[in-house]
Structures are given as structure tokens and as C-alpha cells.
Design a protein around this ligand. Structure first.
Ligand code: SF4
Length: 635
């Protein structure tokens, strides 16, 4: 056996990388590892929550050539990326970025190794081209264009770091610049831009169930759990029963305990203590949903929330505003502090999470609300928590809990089910949630239906205000997201009004005025113009358009009836809207059914034999106003 081979074998056996010309073997790369270690434990560099454990370390023994060859080159590359940036990459990279790069570059090393090479210094243009083809056409379909582009770009990046790598590529990869190989990437869509919106029927049903859990059922679920814990601590443990004996006792006691406080929301109620554990899991998922869906925070911020993270500010008029303190991780691996104004329901969800995690947090000496142990026994009363290892919920586990919550609501609860979704191919299936959808969906609903679906769900009329105030100003993306949604929404809403207009279906003072102006402008040739042309004409009125439950508001501050008591006269106060009287009101097709329903109700009450004459007169007056709107609509 050659001397070098023997040396390599000995080093490998001892789990050490070979000597580098550039980095000392005992140079620390993290709190727990030095450069020469075969496995780098980088946990101390990862503060982003929700990260899987395999992403927190790297085993150079998995790279061909270990302890030398490709493995040593990638270790030198990783060290330089983390600590010694080169001119063209002037900033240190975070460990998670480097981890992703190592995954991609290991694939290149493996390919090169399969072609008989011992290190990157032997790679030539032919190998590069062959590797590119294997990315494009290998593995049945090959990799996506974006993934291929990313993996090849990293080969160029490896070349950029050649001054820090002992055996690097000998020449420019592919013999030509990267830009000649790949066209410029099309304008990158941010992940949130490409994120689908959760359809309203699904969102409404899901969030309505989640709110019921947090606001209505939580008290009974936690009380039942505490009752079981009391039985275990005060009856079972002192009796010296074995674990199985104790569990049998718990089964017996639970039947009686739970019958006194039935779970009326479950189709079959609850009878055994396992049902309480199941409800606790769902309650935690519901809290997560309420925080995600009604605050606008990112998942990484959610995963960093700690007990006591909210504070209240009381104003002179008695109004209370709640803030939650979060940690923003985007572009900042170690995170920086941020705060959001949130609505009461979010604070309630945090309080419930505090109660659900109190025991575990105390045992773990960790205040995070998203602690998890990766088992189904998180809430078991017989568990001794002291000394157990608790990590945090991963993003994948969080999504799994949301899917499970949906299935639980559909299978076990006495309420209308959360519907499936029919995709563009006509296939009906359960909606596939991901962690970004809630933020984008909130922005969409705020932009389009500020007083519609969300207000209907939580009867909170100032959500938009709360969310806008909630943005602390250090991270512009949420405002950008809302602005994008508002632009999209105003285009769509103008087209909707244009459609109503060309069908002659508008009412309200401004609606009637629009119909007259429209008739004068288009002289009965409406069908010759597309809705987008009519929308353009509408947009030229230069009035801000707002969407209310009973009407659109083409806002002219000088004519607004709703702002007279308000400190802000620059925007309508839609929940003080008087659409039957205000000359800014325009009633469209989406609103008219509410007017018809109100008219019917007013007529019925007026005709009721028990209605007094005073009430009848008032109701008839109201019915007359409503009828006037219904009659002018469509004329
Ligand atoms: S009263 Fe209604 S229509 Fe009039 S300005 Fe206010 S919100 Fe708009």
C-alpha cells in the first residue's frame, strides 16, 4: 500500500480531515468543532428556529476522497465562505447557506469521482459539460432549470474561492463565464409572490374552527387536562401504583371527570383521557393558526415566540393596544428584534400557548412557546419532564399539525366541514398548506375585503388598522406585500364595477351618477368596450375606492358622512357608513343581496302583529329607503 494511502486511511480512521495549507487543523469553526474534525457540529451558529437537526452539522466523511481530495477542498471552501470572504463575495455567508452549497457541491464531487477523478484540481471542461448534461437529463426528468442553474453557479463560486482552496479547479469552469452558459434569471419572484392564496371557503372554515378552539373551547380543554394532572399527582403517585396500574386508575377517573364537563363540540364528546390529549394537540394547532393568520408575522418569528412576549399599552381613552415582540430572521440568521401590534385574539392564543407549555418550559428552563419533543406524549400527565430533551417545532411539523387540525375538524367535530379544493384540472383534493400562505392570504383579504371575511370571522372591525400599525418599520416586506395586494385588488375591483356598470347594475347616489356619466360617455355602445377600458375610464375619476359590506365607497372627503366624528378625515370610516344617505356610496352586484335581505326583514317585522305602531312607522321608513336602493339597482 502506498504511504499516502496508508496515511489517508489512518487519518480517516481517526475521523480527522487531512492537513490544509490554508487552515490550521485546530482552528475553531463553531463552539463545538474545529476545522480538522470529520463532522462539524455547527449548532451554535444556527439560531433560526424550525431548522432540522441534519442541517446543523456536516460530515466531510460523506464527500469523496475524505480525508483529502474533494472532502478537504470543500472544508476549505466552507471555512472561507464562513470566515474569510473573497473580493467578489465580500460578506460572510451564514451556516445554513453554506450547508445548502455543500449539498450541491458534493453532488459535483461525487460525479467527478465517479469519472475517476481524485480532486477538483483534475476537473476539466469535458467533466463540467458532462456534469451539466447529467443535471439536465439524468434521473428520469433531470433537475429543474432553476436548480440546475443554482448548482452550476456554485461551481463558479468554488472557482471564485480558489485562493483559499489547496486543490481547486485548475481553470474557469466550462471554459467560459457563467453568463454565457445561462441566460440572466428572469425577475425573481419572491417566495411570497409565488405563494398561492388559501381559497376563501377553506380559509373561513379553517379559521372559524381555530378561533372557536382558542376563544371558546380552550378553557374546558385546559381545565380537563389540569383535572387529570391533579388525579395523577395527588392520587396515583402517592398510592405507589405502577405505571400501568396508574394508567388504569386514570382511565376510570377520567370517565367521571370528563362527564362533568362534556366536549360538546366533538361529535362523540369525550370519555377517555386520550381524547383530552387529542384536543390539547388540536388546541395548540389552533393557537398557531390564529397567530399566523391574524398577525402577519413570519413562521420563523412564530417559532421564536416566548412566554410573556406581549405587552399592552393603555391609551387615555381607555383603548388598549397589544404588541408582541418577535425575532426576525430573514437575511439575519441570528435574528433581530421586531414588534407587531396585534389584535386581542392573537394575544389570547399566546396566553393559551403559555398555559399549554408551562410545565415543559419549566422543566426545560426555556421560555419558547414552540417547544416540542417529537413525540405524541407532549401532554401526557404521567410524564416526568425533568431531564427530557426538548427541541423546537420544525416548520414541517407545524404544517403537519395544521393538516391534522383540518382533518380532525372534518372527522371529529360537530360543525360544517372544511371543504376540499378543486384544482385547475378539475381534481378535488384537500388543500395543501404551506407556511407562507397565511401571511399572503391575510394581505390579500385586508386588501380586498377588509370588512368582509376577516371581520366576519372575528368581528373585529379594525384589523387593517391593527396590522398596519403593527408593522414596526424595520422590515419593509410586509408593507410591500400589502401594497402589491392593494394594487392588484384595486384593478380587480375597478373591473368588477365596470362590469356592473355595463350591465346597468349599480345603485346608491354615486352609483346612479356613474350610470348617467357612463351613458353620456359611451352612448349606449357599452358592449363595444371591454371591462378593462371601462375600468380605465372609471379610474380617471381619481377617487380612492374602498370596499364595504353594503357598498363601494368612491371617497370624496368633502361629501363623506362617516368622517364627521372621526379624527381622520382622509379616509372613510366604513363601519360608520351610511350608504343610503351618502353621495359617495355605490352599491354593486356583490352588495345587493344584503339589501334585499334587509328589506325582506324590515317588511316582515313591520307586518308582524306584535309590532307597535311607533316601531311599524320606523320600520316602514327603513323599508322605503331600502326599497329605493333595490329598485334603482338594475334600472
Ligand atoms: S358614509 Fe360610506 S359612502 Fe360615505 S364616505 Fe363614508 S364610507 Fe364612503
Amino acid at each position: 500500500m502506498e504511504v499516502q494511502a496508508i496515511h489517508q486511511q489512518v487519518l480517516g480512521m481517526h475521523g480527522r480531515l487531512g492537513a490544509s495549507r490554508f487552515v490550521e487543523s485546530d482552528k475553531p469553526v463553531s463552539r463545538d468543532s474545529v476545522f480538522g474534525d470529520r463532522r462539524w457540529d455547527m449548532t451554535s451558529l444556527v439560531t433560526l428556529p424550525g431548522v432540522k437537526s441534519y442541517q446543523k452539522s456536516w460530515d466531510f466523511g460523506s464527500v469523496p476522497g475524505f480525508p483529502y481530495g474533494f472532502a478537504l477542498s470543500l472544508a476549505e471552501y466552507a471555512d472561507a465562505r464562513l470566515f474569510v470572504p473573497v473580493v467578489m463575495h465580500g460578506r460572510e455567508a451564514t451556516w445554513l447557506t453554506v450547508h445548502n452549497e455543500l449539498v450541491a457541491l458534493r453532488s459535483f464531487a461525487e460525479y467527478s469521482h465517479s469519472q475517476g477523478l481524485k480532486g477538483f484540481h483534475q476537473v476539466d471542461v469535458v467533466i463540467c459539460e458532462q456534469y451539466l448534461r447529467s443535471l439536465q437529463f439524468g434521473d428520469a426528468k433531470g433537475k429543474s432549470y432553476e436548480r440546475t442553474r443554482y448548482m452550476v453557479r456554485l461551481i463558479y463560486q468554488l472557482w471564485d474561492y480558489r485562493s483559499a482552496i489547496g486543490e481547486c479547479l485548475p481553470s474557469l469552469p466550462f471554459g467560459r463565464p457563467f453568463e454565457k452558459l445561462f441566460k440572466k434569471a428572469s425577475t425573481p419572484n419572491s417566495e411570497e409572490n409565488a405563494t398561492p392564496i388559501i381559497p376563501e371557503p377553506i380559509y373561513s372554515a379553517l379559521m372559524s374552527a381555530a378561533l372557536d378552539y382558542v376563544l371558546d373551547y380552550s378553557h374546558r380543554i385546559i381545565e380537563a387536562w389540569q383535572g387529570l394532572q391533579g388525579v395523577w399527582d395527588n392520587d396515583v403517585i402517592p398510592s405507589g401504583l405502577s405505571l400501568s396500574g396508574g394508567k388504569k386508575k386514570l382511565v376510570r377517573v377520567a370517565i367521571e371527570l370528563l362527564s362533568g364537563s362534556p366536549a360538546t363540540w366533538r361529535t362523540l364528546g369525550w370519555a377517555k383521557y386520550g381524547d383530552v390529549y387529542e384536543e390539547l394537540q388540536q388546541l395548540r394547532a389552533a393557537c398557531i393558526l390564529v397567530i399566523l393568520a391574524f398577525s402577519g408575522i413570519r413562521v420563523s418569528e412564530l417559532l421564536s415566540l416566548e412566554a410573556g412576549c406581549y405587552v399592552a399599552d393603555e391609551f387615555e381613552d381607555g383603548h388598549i393596544r397589544y404588541y408582541i415582540n418577535t425575532r426576525v430572521h430573514k437575511h439575519r440568521e441570528r435574528g433581530s428584534k421586531d414588534s407587531w401590534v396585534v389584535i386581542d385574539e392573537v394575544v389570547r392564543a399566546i396566553q393559551v400557548l403559555e398555559a399549554l407549555t408551562a410545565r415543559v418550559r419549566k422543566a426545560a428552563k426555556d421560555e419558547r412557546l414552540m417547544l416540542a419533543d417529537g413525540t405524541n406524549s407532549f401532554f401526557s400527565v404521567h410524564r416526568m419532564c425533568d431531564g427530557l430533551e426538548f427541541g423546537e417545532l420544525t416548520t414541517g411539523a407545524l404544517i403537519y399539525q395544521i393538516q391534522t387540525f383540518r382533518n380532525h375538524c372534518n372527522n371529529k367535530l360537530d360543525r360544517p366541514s372544511i371543504p376540499d379544493w378543486t384544482d385547475e384540472n378539475g381534481v378535488t383534493k384537500p388543500w395543501s398548506f404551506n407556511s407562507r400562505q397565511f401571511r399572503r392570504t391575510l394581505a390579500r383579504f385586508i386588501a380586498r375585503q377588509p370588512f368582509g371575511v376577516i371581520a366576519g370571522l372575528i368581528q373585529y372591525k379594525h384589523l387593517e388598522v391593527a396590522v398596519f400599525q403593527g408593522y414596526a418599520g424595520t422590515e419593509p416586506e410586509w408593507n410591500k406585500l400589502l401594497e402589491q395586494e392593494k394594487v392588484l385588488a384595486s384593478v380587480d375591483i375597478l373591473e368588477e364595477v365596470a362590469m356592473d356598470l355595463s350591465n346597468g347594475q349599480l345603485a346608491g347616489d354615486f352609483g346612479i351618477k356613474l350610470k348617467e356619466e357612463f351613458a353620456a360617455e359611451f352612448r349606449g355602445r357599452a358592449e363595444d368596450f371591454s371591462p378593462s377600458q371601462i375600468a380605465k375610464w372609471l379610474a380617471s375619476s381619481k377617487k380612492s375606492l374602498f370596499v364595504g359590506k353594503f357598498n363601494f365607497c368612491f371617497f370624496d372627503p368633502s361629501k363623506a358622512l362617516c368622517t364627521q366624528e372621526s379624527v381622520r378625515a382622509d379616509r372613510p370610516t366604513l363601519n360608520f357608513c351610511q350608504p343610503d344617505k351618502c353621495s359617495n356610496a355605490c352599491i354593486g352586484k356583490r352588495h345587493i343581496f344584503r339589501w334585499e335581505a334587509q328589506l325582506k326583514q324590515a317588511e316582515e317585522f313591520a307586518a308582524h302583529p306584535k309590532t307597535s305602531s311607533v316601531q311599524r312607522e320606523l320600520l316602514e321608513r327603513e323599508a322605503a329607503c331600502l326599497r329605493a336602493v333595490v329598485i334603482t339597482f338594475g334600472k
